[in-house]
Design a protein around this ligand. Sequence first.
Ligand SMILES: NCCCNCCCCCC(O)(O)C(F)(F)F
Ligand SMILES: [Zn+2]
Length: 348
Amino acid sequence: MLIFANPHHAQHEGRQEMFRGRLVPCHETPSRLEHVMAELARRPVGPVQDPPPVERAVLERVHAPRYLDFLRTAWEEWVALDPANAALDALPSTWPVRGFRHDIEPSNFAARMGLYSYDAGTPLTAGTWVAAEAGAACALAAAQAVSGSRGTRSATALTRPPGHHAGFDFFGGYCFLNNAALAAQALRDAGAGRVAVLDVDYHHGNGTQSLFYGRPDVLTVSIHGDPRTEYPFFLGHADERGKGEGLGFNLNLPLPAGTGFGEWRAALQFALQQVREFAPEALVVALGVDTYEGDPISRFRLASDDYFQLGRDLASANLPTVFTLEGGYAVAAMGVNVVNVLEGFEGR
Ligand SMILES: NCCCNCCCCCC(O)(O)C(F)(F)F
Ligand SMILES: [Zn+2]
């Protein structure tokens, strides 16, 4: 397995997020990835390398140019408003919900923060763009590594910030660039006729679903906490099956809070069966380990040893596979749980 680690991830370190109505210290911290890197040093599953730079045109295969422009310059705009802003993260506070217009881009910075986001839990900081772009580079390098005849069997984008909540032109849920979607699109552009994305993070991959919802060439499957009670709340129900020629190529498997590995694994087996029937040339796994029983913000009950089984089950699909790191907030167990998946996948 080739591993591409984000050398700039620590440049994204939010101070506070709006969480359950209060501003609290961020859950999505640099130490999450540091724990994974430390565990990989103890239990190597393959060579770890920096990714090559990413080209803007490749990011535009998934994200809107005006959104990318905004992300790249948002921090300097924020500080230009008031030098004191340099000591604060930028957070949105007003959003264009139903009935508002999205076609005209206001010149007001607070308005543009809201135009390009959907929650106030995702602080934008001085280094966010550099970190997010380098994370996308990891995902693209991993996709490249498994592409074509000389492709390796598996590759992992070891990165933060995560990506699966980010859409065509919006950030949220700690995500800015959709790494799993970028990998899937890159696999398609490298010649894979069909690609499946399987999202095993605790939270529904709303961004990934929305990006491919009308397309039959990318199957998107997500196993997650029931959105009636769990974030992101407003997408992820079982009746969302795709639209137009993409109808039948989106599958949501919402599970109740409190779900244990037995029921969760049954959903995984069903998801893998649908992937097999789709017969893709490659698989992207949006790997969040916030399904862990000790996760502070999530409510499934997987134990660390269950992640070995998850890795083995994913390997049973027998597909060239790209892993993108998504969520997981029990920081001390983060490294063990992620490496358990990768070791299980590699048949260790
Ligand atoms: N009252 C619930 C508030 C939840 N706050 C946001 C949770 C974001 C989860 C992010 C994630 O774990 O899905 C990702 F993989 F993207 F990192
Ligand atoms: Zn999550």
